[in-house]
Design a binder for this molecule. Structure first.
Ligand SMILES: [Zn+2]
Length: 377
């Protein structure tokens, strides 16, 4: 979800808002001022309910932000890069790049958020009780009590052991620690996420159809849909990890050689591509350097081109390739590649191999039956 409004930095972490948040804060403020507070603390003027509703909804935002800042702080301490925090209609998201190196680190990053929400809930409940016995106005007490309950509920919901919730990350870390298999852990957490999403969506449907509670029910159904998407993303990630995890680049790379890029296609096919099937060619440029990369097989099978077409015209520019090292995992190289799936493998400053997007697709389509132990501590 993108930031619509940048709020600035807190402790060096960029914090932004998504427009959807404004809608949900409005709905909360409206529901509190219109229904909740008049019931819990009757006898006030309408303006007071409105003011209390707005302030309480904003205070909820601050609680969610505290929860997310906890994730961000612990993630940084664990050596992970934090891209930023986005607050949106379903709460907050802390965008952390990469994964914790150990299950213990993963638990710390995940658990700190609910711990903060729980602590806030406890403090607010105590403050509410103290304010009530000190004779502070009912409306203030009602607002503080509501914030206490919602923070505790936030902690409880986030601890449900299903991806993408914090509890799902804890589950992931536990399965990872027990099986030493990161893929299996992602698979288990995402499956739990699908079950949770189905349950939440069914609850929403029941509220709309069974109880006629349209607004709450629709909100719950949208939440279920969001959870479903997040769990499916997680499932997809587990497939990628299963297919590519633990495979070093040198196991799947193709041989690379250089060849003149300026010769015409037919000559190139005859003198290079057909003689060395499966090789990848770095096309030399007049005056030095390389202009592009092409694999011999795709040059041979490319659709007809006008006579005189040069090999370089059928190649992809070298900038479309990302660098990789022979001994690193394919997965690690792809994570660094910025979305590029053509890898040029460099050793001691020399290009020694290439991994093509088609090779990666093929690995994803037919994952190996056994995972060759992804690096675990
Ligand atoms: Zn959280």
């Amino acid at each position: 979800m993108n930031d619509s409004v940048r709020l600035g930095r807190i402790g060096g972490v960029p914090v932004g808002l998504n427009w959807s948040l404004i809608v949900i804060v409005g709905i909360f403020a409206f529901a509190l001022a219109g229904n909740r507070f008049p019931l819990d603390a009757p006898g006030y003027h309408r303006e007071w309910y409105a003011l209390a509703g707005i302030l309480t909804a904003l205070a909820l935002l601050v609680s969610v932000l505290a929860h997310e800042l906890g994730h961000a702080y612990v993630a940084r301490r664990a050596g992970l890069e934090v891209e930023g925090i986005t607050l949106s209609w379903m709460g907050g998201i802390t965008r952390i790049l990469g994964d914790a190196a150990t299950p213990r680190g993963e638990v710390a990053v995940a658990a700190v958020g609910p711990a903060i929400s729980l602590a806030l809930g406890g403090l607010l409940a105590a403050a509410g009780a103290a304010a009530s016995s000190a004779g502070v106005g009912n409306l203030t007490v009602a607002a503080v009590d509501w914030l206490a309950v919602i923070n505790i509920a936030l902690a409880a919901f986030n601890l449900i052991p299903a991806a993408p919730l914090d509890g799902g990350k804890v589950l992931h870390a536990v399965v990872w620690a027990l099986t030493r298999d990161r893929w299996k852990a992602t698979h288990v957490a995402s499956r739990a996420g699908l079950v949770l999403a189905g349950g939440v969506a069914a609850l929403g449907l029941y509220e709309v159809l069974g109880r006629g509670d349209d607004i709450d029910g629709l909100f719950v159904m949208v939440l279920g849909w969001w959870l479903l998407n997040a769990a499916r993303d997680e499932e997809q990630l587990s497939k990628v990890q299963h297919a590519l995890g633990g495979v070093p680049v040198h196991d799947v790379m193709r041989p690379v050689a250089s060849a003149p890029g300026w010769i015409v296609r037919e000559d190139f096919a005859e003198r290079y591509a057909a003689l060395y099937p499966g090789w990848v060619w770095l096309l030399e440029r007049w005056g030095g350097g390389y202009s592009g990369v092409i694999d011999g097989n795709s040059l041979l099978s490319a659709p007809p081109t006008p006579p005189g077409t040069r090999a370089a015209e059928l190649a992809v520019p070298v900038e479309a390739a990302a660098g990789a090292e022979p001994c690193e995992e394919v997965l690690a190289a792809l994570e660094r590649s910025g979305g590029r799936s053509l890898l040029l493998v460099v050793e001691d400053g020399r290009t020694v191999g290439a991994v093509l997007p088609a090779d990666i697709d093929a690995m994803l389509r037919s994952p190996r039956p056994h995972l060759r132990g992804v690096a675990t501590p």
